[in-house]
Ligand binder design. Structure first.
Ligand SMILES: [Zn+2]
Ligand SMILES: [Zn+2]
Length: 313
């Protein structure tokens, strides 16, 4: 089968699986999380004037080996920023998520009353998955709550951390050696992307990275940094087998797609901006494409980055 035919077939199958255009529940979820993104952006102004660091000791060799800029940075340095971000963000979050408002308020009170709680959150946020569960249980105990609150604490603290990292990303942007980073995770904070976008190619770039319909840029799920990536390579397992790493589109919208990888099982949404489309905000594009993500998860793929809405929705 020729490549074009195969692509057509995938599109046809995708159409069969896509539910009719975004239903009301999907739109409602997207609206709440878009409001949360707005609140995070508004809380940037609440951060202390002096950031935790303005310039990092940069080791080009480590960076080239794949160590993000913040990998050797002690999370405890974020204590003041994190405390301020939580203080600004949590009251609004409690309003947006009434079902868990009590837990969010308990965490807010604990963080403002005891610096050890902020430190415990920061340690848990930067821990590997296996350790993280026990660390969040510890945060709950510090709040005088049971472990049932762990998932809410992780979600709320993660949102506050995004505020801190977004400010850091804009300060550190100039230190990213763009020509030596073509990995699937963020060169600043190390997170995987929550979305990609295709941008018109720049003529002076090397042929290796260019494909006919634009260059892939990835948007970091935590700090919002945007970096270039090889278009035909899975950001997670790095397979370049186009039988395995492919995309789904639907409803005649070829500019909206979800990349899926059958080698490692991930998916992530992507929007094509090569046609000049400007109605897209990269920090909420994953919400705009949620209906396509449901198709990918129905097919057994898991999100490249677990978010509250693609995990619990
Ligand atoms: Zn990042
Ligand atoms: Zn993969």
């Amino acid at each position: 089968m020729r490549f074009d035919e195969r692509k057509y077939k995938i599109q046809e199958e995708a159409k069969l699986l896509v539910p009719p255009p975004r239903g009301e529940p999907v739109t409602a979820i997207a609206r709440v999380f878009a409001a949360l993104a707005d609140r995070r952006a508004a809380c940037l102004a609440a951060l202390p004037e002096t950031p935790p660091v303005v310039e990092l000791d940069f080791d080009p060799a480590l960076f080239e080996e794949g160590a993000p800029l913040l990998s050797s940075f002690d999370p405890a340095f974020f204590r003041e920023d994190f405390t301020a971000a939580a203080g600004c963000l949590f009251p609004g979050m409690a309003g947006l998520f009434p079902a868990v408002a009590g837990e969010i308020s308990a965490l807010a009170d604990a963080i403002s009353g005891n610096p050890a709680v902020a430190d415990a959150c920061l340690t848990a946020l930067w821990a590997e998955d296996e350790e993280a569960q026990a660390l969040w249980a510890h945060v709950c105990r510090l709040c005088g709550k049971t472990g049932d609150m762990a998932a809410v604490a992780a979600f709320a603290a993660g949102e506050a951390m995004k505020v801190c990292l977004t400010r850091m990303a804009s300060l550190l942007d100039g230190q990213v050696q763009k020509e030596s980073w073509f990995r699937g995770y963020c060169p600043i904070c190390g997170s995987y992307p929550d979305a990609g976008c295709l941008l018109p190619k720049e003529p002076e770039q090397s042929e290796y990275l260019i494909s006919k319909s634009g260059q892939l840029h990835l948007h970091c799920a935590r700090c919002g940094h945007v970096w270039r990536h090889v278009r035909l390579k899975c950001p997670a397992c790095e397979t370049t087998d186009h039988e395995k790493f492919t995309s789904l589109t639907a409803n005649d919208r070829d500019d909206e797609r979800v990349y899926t990888c059958s080698e490692c099982g991930i998916f992530f949404p992507c929007v094509d901006l090569t046609g000049g489309r400007q109605d897209i905000r990269l920090d909420t594009v994953a919400l705009d494409l949620m209906h396509l993500e449901f198709v990918a998860s129905e097919r057994g793929f898991r999100p490249l980055v677990a978010q509250a809405w693609n995990t619990f929705a």
